[in-house]
Design a binder for this molecule. Structure first.
Ligand code: IMP
Length: 219
């Protein structure tokens, strides 16, 4: 993410203020129609943007403050579920001001379909034991809850001191398995969303915003 950028920055830095290579890239008139990074130029496969880069940054700062207060004086092991949560863990870790360590798990989820299979397999396990540690699972999106349900049961059997979940997004669907998720970034409608780590067939993870994928792309 580009720190310190704002709509004003983007507008005032256009066209004639630039020189050299940057000038060549930004001198087109179209550049002036791109005032907000992540909003001005939407990927053609994205129907609409739900949360801009700025929205995400602000929400993560506030989640980080809440987590820091709840775990004051403690240490946290942040466990991200690969690959979708990688961008989120990088940002939430920097928004938390108590001591954190990072570890990663990979589980099978949707593959190349847009529907949850309910079949969960551990593809990569944690590197270190979690017994007597404060584990905070970092998820990109909570949809049916099937994946997380399996993961939490598995992690709980390793006897952590505490086990909680922070998810960037939670779909407004009736979860097949109710999950208690302590920290939720945003609620999203029951549509397929991409960006900020979320993919469809491994694409769109690098979009700086979260948007709804056009149904014809996966339909
Ligand atoms: P669940 O088991 O249905 O809760 O699905 C969890 C996983 O499915 C998430 O961690 C994502 O990897 C993926 N997923 C669910 N919904 C979406 C979506 O709208 N866009 C991209 N990935 C999704």
């Amino acid at each position: 993410m580009k720190e310190g950028s704002s709509p004003v920055d983007e507008v005032s830095s256009s066209a004639d203020e630039k020189d050299g290579a940057v000038d060549e890239v930004s001198s087109s008139a179209d550049e002036k129609r791109m005032p907000v990074k992540g909003l001005g130029e939407i990927h053609p496969d994205v129907a609409r943007v739900l949360f801009t880069e700025e929205d995400i940054r602000a929400r993560i700062l506030s989640l980080g403050a809440q987590i820091s207060a709840d775990y004051a004086g403690e240490e946290i092991l942040l466990v991200a579920v690969l690959r979708g949560a990688v961008l989120f863990i990088a940002d939430i870790a920097r928004a938390i001001d108590v001591s954190v360590e990072l570890d990663f798990m990979a589980v099978s989820s949707y593959g190349f379909s847009a529907k949850s299979s309910g079949v969960v397999r551990i593809l990569k396990d944690l590197d270190d034991p979690i017994e007597d540690r404060n584990v905070l699972v970092v998820e990109d999106i909570l949809d049916t809850g099937l994946t997380l349900k399996y993961l939490l049961k598995n992690l709980a059997s390793r006897h952590p001191r505490s086990l909680e979940v922070v998810t960037l997004l939670q779909k407004q669907v009736e979860q097949k398995v109710p999950i208690s998720c302590k920290y939720v970034g945003f609620e999203v409608p029951d549509e397929f969303v991409v960006g900020y780590g979320l993919d469809y067939a491994e694409k769109y993870r690098n979009l700086p915003y979260v948007g709804v994928l056009k149904p014809e792309v996966y339909g």
